[in-house]
Design a protein around this ligand. Structure first.
Ligand SMILES: Nc1nc2c(c(=O)[nH]1)N[C@H]1C(S)=C(S)[C@@H](COP(=O)(O)OP(=O)(O)OC[C@H]3O[C@@H](n4cnc5c(=O)[nH]c(N)nc54)[C@H](O)[C@@H]3O)O[C@H]1N2
Ligand SMILES: Nc1nc2c(c(=O)[nH]1)N[C@H]1C(S)=C(S)[C@@H](COP(=O)(O)OP(=O)(O)OC[C@H]3O[C@@H](n4cnc5c(=O)[nH]c(N)nc54)[C@H](O)[C@@H]3O)O[C@H]1N2
Ligand code: SF4
Ligand SMILES: [Mo]
Length: 897
């Protein structure tokens, strides 16, 4: 057994992971105690990493026009077709669309090839959908895209303001660090600002459930309050900033009393007053923000409205203070460092940075080759799709992202991809919807196979270390890029044999002419240049800048209050008030994430455990809205707008604002009928950052009139057209270990014969039909083995799919098990209900029982059922259940009294 230290490939916390493995397969994963991001902790996704690996479901061979080919032939096809496109339509007809899930080395090579040698500026990344507003906000305020804080600041703060972030589910290890800090020091106050009451509110001392888009008014109001109530740091403003007067004047332009602001934001005045007072009085305040802030058509302004308040109070550049943008993807930060956004050039230089074009050209030149850099920025993601529609982009290379699912207005995106004459997709998993639009598919290696570096939210560079050979003909993305570069005649500039050589070049570029003479750039890791293979392999996690002045890295920026602007002053930006998202007949559609799935599910849906927390797409709405629309809990509902529709189960949530809905972003055409959040979202973007407003589309909602539901287990997903032929209105597939679970619904019940034939190819072996004529159960066996299982009823119902899943493995079913088959559960087992603790697979039902029997704290529940004792990601949900149980008890007691 070998142990390899690597980094988790999911969120931007960037946890260190220890993997135990042999030559074929990882056996177990655990948190790396020596890694400063997590100190040994892992969340539920990280601890299920080994369950998502294996060859099955991987893209193993290249395909050209749908036909499997050898790797070299596929590369030849890419080269020939790219060359033809460039000859006919020019270099600018070629584009790339990358991802914050690439390693820095992949990203660096892609940026150098597209911008430097193909000579097209049209290279953008999915970070446009994610971090672009934060990037633009940082540049406006600090003169560089720099996150001032480090994780310790979250623990050292005395006031933590969490804006538009569901930290408990999306950055769970940071949430745990904050929770522990709060336990140690109860004086640490937490404010959560989000239109929904999320699991993150578990640690909130104050929850501001503002209406979607109330953020600018709230933070402008705070700036005005700081000025009114002696909350300014006038020394800091005078010495280290500019633009304060203008920003304050703009903030004061809108009605700015606490009462008026509260009304505009849909909040109670006392809550707003409390928040403002806490912020004004507390020097150690961190404001953490994420997609609820960035993904708006005013995203950049929202970011600066937050930063303005920090600058006005001088709350930045010392322990426990600062605005903290939390990155989403594992390497969104690394992509920004190499310059992977279409408006960036390379290494924190933009097209307009004085001297940058010549500098990068000189750096990338070889004796035989001179780069030909474009002179102006390229299309940002949504504009890139529009350029595809207009036929300006004739070739697109997509790498490590699934735009058919994640870009807004997905029907249009799909049509644009269809229209593009050459789409190259580098992908690791067959379940990615975007593969359907590829002319050329290149199989990519994936985590556990890849070697390189990633940078987390606190600027910390960590090594991802490969431990397995890539399956089939899969290769590393940087290799594919270098081979294509060589084919196009640029081999001389892409002569890398290993990732450490790429990293070395990247480190050298960061320090190239980065000095007082040429102008300083904050991103500088020049002290890491010159590492050889062994040095690179041993690289310990380190925070940039890493240079001669800071050879051991830098945990916090701006401690000397010298910012990266020409005059070293930070800028306050006047922020015009946000227009009202006035409610009309339509609902506002908020979209986001769930705890156990990662994005488009290509990886996390490979773990059965992770599929059980939320097994179907859903729509969260307020119980009063549901009542008015006659929508019951768990009923199927349909969302519509002119762009598309969405089907999911209704979840009635009192923590949801009236008039607003929430849907998850994870499901897609591979897993369900119509579960694409992006089918409904708009192309509306922030004018500065180009980031789409993914959280505020308008939709109608109605109950789907279904009268028939079926749960089906079978060995593999049937062809979709078979389901359509049966008249099924809704299906969702959930991969289990040995079979697939299908949930079906229809307004008109299909005939039994048709159903049996379409799903199982014939009559069942066992069946039962209670006299009510509505319910029906059946099982298919073949030589004693379970091959299929079906249960029909008018509404969804529970059964033990875990137990049934195991039965698919029984070579010969015992008589007793056969009898239990139709009941859908083992003799001693009761359905668990929805799984709450994924690590130990503990469901709602046993937890509820334990609560009723008096296990009313986390420790007692953990002792009894083990829930919450491993990764801790379910603790917020457990606490919520404990809260509800306590509430019910109190109500009982007062009733009794
Ligand atoms: N489990 C899991 N974790 C993940 C991911 C995943 O797919 N699954 N993805 C990773 C990635 S790439 C990212 S970018 C991060 C995202 O992490 P988060 O930003 O935490 O994720 P979201 O759930 O998209 O949105 C956060 C919150 O913004 C709120 N919000 C919506 N509109 C507004 C508004 O107008 N104002 C305010 N103040 N809040 C609003 C939403 O209600 C939601 O609770 O998560 C990362 N971590
Ligand atoms: N409505 C709505 N839309 C959103 C969001 C939202 O909140 N609401 N959030 C946005 C945000 S913040 C983000 S980050 C995006 C995420 O959206 P995407 O980037 O589209 O989502 P992923 O599923 O992470 O896609 C990554 C793909 O790369 C593949 N892959 C994995 N490893 C490798 C590798 O090493 N090499 C290659 N070549 N491929 C690999 C995976 O199988 C997967 O298909 O979604 C955005 N879209
Ligand atoms: S918090 Fe979870 S998903 Fe994020 S890096 Fe750590 S283990 Fe991975
Ligand atoms: Mo993201």
């Amino acid at each position: 057994m070998i142990t390899t230290a690597t980094t988790c490939p999911y969120c931007g916390v960037g946890c260190g992971v220890l993997v135990q493995h042999d030559r074929q397969m990882p056996i177990a994963v655990s948190g790396d105690r020596a890694h400063p991001a997590n100190f040994g902790r892992l969340c539920v996704k990280g601890s299920a990493l080994h369950e998502t690996l294996g060859e099955h479901g991987r893209v193993l061979h290249p395909r050209v026009d749908g036909v499997e080919t050898r790797w070299d032939d596929a590369i030849d096809a890419v080269v020939t077709r790219l060359r033809a496109t460039i000859e006919r339509h020019g270099a600018e007809s070629v584009a790339g669309y990358l991802s914050g899930q690439l390693l820095t080395e992949d990203y660096y090579v892609a940026n150098k090839l597209f911008k430097g040698f193909i000579g097209t500026p049209h290279l953008d990344t999915n970070s446009r959908l994610c971090m672009a507003s934060a990037v633009a906000g940082h540049k406006r305020a600090f003169g560089a895209d720099a996150v001032p804080c480090c994780y310790e600041d979250l623990e050292q703060a005395r006031l933590l303001v969490i804006v538009g972030s569901n930290l408990a589910w999306n950055h769970p290890v940071l949430f745990q660090r904050v929770s522990e800090a709060k336990r140690r020091d109860p004086a640490l106050k937490v404010v959560v600002i989000d239109p929904r009451m999320t699991e993150t509110c578990e640690i909130a001392d104050l929850f501001l459930g503002l209406r979607t888009g109330g953020d600018i008014r709230l933070f402008n109001g705070l700036l005005a309050y700081l000025s009114r109530e002696d909350g300014l740091n006038r020394d800091f403003i005078r010495t280290h900033t500019e633009g304060f007067e203008e920003a304050l004047a703009e903030a004061q332009r809108a009605p700015d009393t606490v009462a008026e602001i509260a009304k505009a934001c849909g909040l109670a005045p006392t809550s707003v007053e409390t928040f403002y007072r806490w912020f004004a009085r507390e020097p150690r305040v961190v404001t953490l923000f994420s997609q609820g802030t960035n993904q708006s058509d005013r995203g950049t302004d929202r970011v600066n409205a937050i930063i303005n308040c920090h600058l006005a109070g001088g709350r930045i550049g010392y322990p426990g203070a600062g605005p903290f943008s939390i990155t989403g993807q594992p390497n969104a930060m690394g992509g920004r460092e190499v310059g992977g956004l279409a408006n960036q050039l390379a290494a924190h230089m933009d097209y307009h940075t004085p001297g940058a074009l010549e500098r990068v050209t000189r750096f990338w030149a070889t004796p035989a080759l001179t780069p030909r850099l474009p002179s102006a920025p390229g299309h940002k993601a949504v504009a890139l799709i529009e350029a595809l529609e207009r036929g300006e982009i004739q070739a697109l290379w997509v790498m490590a992202t699934n735009p058919a699912v994640s870009l807004p207005d997905s029907q249009r995106v799909r049509r644009a991809l269809e229209r593009c004459p050459l789409v190259i997709v580098s992908e690791a998993m067959e379940s990615a919807d975007t593969l359907a639009y590829a002319d050329i598919v290149l199989p990519a290696s994936s985590w556990a196979e890849k070697d390189g570096t990633v940078t987390n939210s606190e600027r910390r560079i960590s090594r991802q270390r490969g431990m397995l050979p890539p399956p089939g003909e899969a290769r590393h993305d940087w290799q594919a890029l270098c081979e294509v570069a060589a084919g196009l005649g640029y081999g001389d500039a892409f002569d890398y044999q290993a990732p450490w050589q790429i990293f070395d070049e990247h480190a050298r570029l960061s320090g190239f002419e980065n000095d007082d003479t040429h102008g300083r750039r904050l991103f500088d890791i020049s002290a890491l240049a010159g590492l050889d293979a062994a040095g690179y392999d041993a690289l310990a996690p380190i925070q940039w800048p890493v240079n001669a002045r800071a050879p051991h890295g830098t945990s916090r920026l701006f401690e000397d209050a010298r910012f990266a602007t020409p005059n070293h002053r930070a800028r306050l930006v006047p922020i015009v008030d946000e227009a009202d998202t006035a409610a009309d007949r339509d609902f506002i559609l908020n979209t986001g994430r769930i705890r156990d799935q990662w994005h488009t599910m290509t990886r996390t849906a490979r773990s059965t455990r992770l599929n059980r927390h939320r097994a179907e797409p859903f729509v969260e709405l307020h119980p009063d809205d549901a009542a008015a629309l006659k929508i019951r809990q768990d009923a199927l509902v349909r969302l519509d707008n002119p762009r598309g529709s969405f089907l999911g189960r209704a979840r009635l949530m009192p923590g949801q604002r009236r008039g607003e809905l929430f849907v998850p972003i994870h499901w897609n055409h591979h897993f369900t009928t119509a579960g694409l959040a992006s089918a409904l979202t708009e192309r509306r973007c922030d004018p500065i950052s180009g980031q789409p407003a993914s959280k505020s589309a308008r939709v109608r909602i109605m109950a789907l009139p279904t009268r028939w539901e079926a749960s089906v287990l079978l060995e593999r997903m049937p062809q979709r057209n078979r389901l359509a032929a049966l008249g099924i209105d809704y299906w969702t597939q959930t991969p289990l270990r040995r079979c697939v679970r299908l949930q079906l619904a229809a307004s008109v019940a299909p005939t039994r014969e048709a159903l049996f034939e379409a799903l199982f190819g014939g009559e069942p072996t066992l069946w039962s039909e209670p006299s009510d004529g509505i319910h029906f159960r059946a099982a298919w066996l073949e030589a004693g083995r379970l091959r299929g299982w079906l249960r029909v009823a008018p509404a969804p119902f529970e059964f033990d799919d875990d137990w049934l899943d195991l039965r698919f493995a029984d070579a010969s079913l015992e008589l007793d098990a056969r009898r239990r088959l139709l009941a859908g559960r083992g003799l001693d087992e009761r359905p668990q209900g929805r799984i709450i603790c994924s690590c130990h697979q503990v469901g709602q039902r046993p937890i509820q029982c334990a609560l009723e029997e008096g296990c009313l704290d986390i420790e007692a529940l953990g002792q009894r059922l083990r829930c919450g004792t491993q990764c801790g990601s379910c603790i917020p949900e457990l606490k919520r259940m404990i809260g509800q149980a306590n509430h019910a008890r109190e109500a009982d007691i007062s009733d009794a009294g």
